[in-house]
Design a protein around this ligand. Structure first.
Ligand SMILES: Nc1ncnc2c1ncn2[C@@H]1O[C@H](COP(=O)(O)OP(=O)(O)OP(=O)(O)O)[C@@H](O)[C@H]1O
Ligand SMILES: O=C(O)C1=C[C@@H](O)[C@@H](O)[C@H](O)C1
Ligand SMILES: [Mg+2]
Length: 167
């Protein structure tokens, strides 16, 4: 069963926060591929990066996204870098994909010092800017709709996404 909606976007755009709240509002399950990967690996994401490296993490991520797209009936949030994989971008074709957009100032405030986000462990602002510049076209490529999150509460964002969904 396909997800009701798939959420993509940069670190800190609110995929996990908005995804949970949206699933609750819709009365459906929430699934986050970052959580699936941690369960699969038996350790937190920063430890996967330290022990096995980013490439191994991306391999686990491609498998986790493919499995979740096939089996999640509710709201599905992908990791911030999942769209880097061409295989994943192809797998998203035909799904309802909402890009939660965020600009650098709000993203930086939300991720703070990047705790729990291994790619942002050093120089979070510059790294985030680089990641966002690199990924913006990829989020746009997979998205069927874009919802801006800057200066807005999770509740406002949830309401806008819910209005995009079939009743
Ligand atoms: N619209 C918002 N306004 C203010 N703060 C927000 C908003 N959305 C999320 N946050 C806060 O920003 C932080 C990051 O949110 P969240 O973890 O949901 O982002 P994410 O997109 O899942 O990030 P990642 O890609 O790292 O998993 C959290 O502390 C959350 O409470
Ligand atoms: O932006 C990224 O590449 C990442 C975002 C997180 O959701 C995790 O998937 C992981 O920390 C990598
Ligand atoms: Mg998240």
């Amino acid at each position: 069963m396909a997800p009701v909606v798939v959420l993509v976007g940069a670190p800190g755009c609110g995929k996990s926060t908005v995804g949970e709240a949206l699933a609750t509002a819709l009365g459906v399950e929430f699934r986050d591929t970052d959580t699936d990967i941690e369960r699969m690996a038996g350790k937190p994401i920063p430890e996967i990066f330290i022990d096995e490296g980013e490439e191994h993490f991306r391999t686990l991520e491609r498998a986790a996204v493919a499995a979740a797209l096939a089996a999640s009936p509710g709201v599905l949030a992908l990791g911030g870098g999942a769209v880097l994989a061409e295989e994943t971008r192809a797998a998203l074709v035909g799904h309802r994909v909402v890009h939660l957009s965020v600009e650098l100032p709000d993203a930086v405030k939300r991720v703070g010092l990047g705790a729990g986000r291994p790619l942002l462990a050093i120089n979070p602002r510059a790294t985030l800017k680089h990641l966002m510049d690199q990924r913006r076209p990829l989020y746009a490529e997979v998205a069927t709709a874009t919802v801006a999150t800057d200066g807005r509460t999770p509740a406002e964002i949830v309401a806008e996404i819910a209005a995009l969904l079939p009743r």
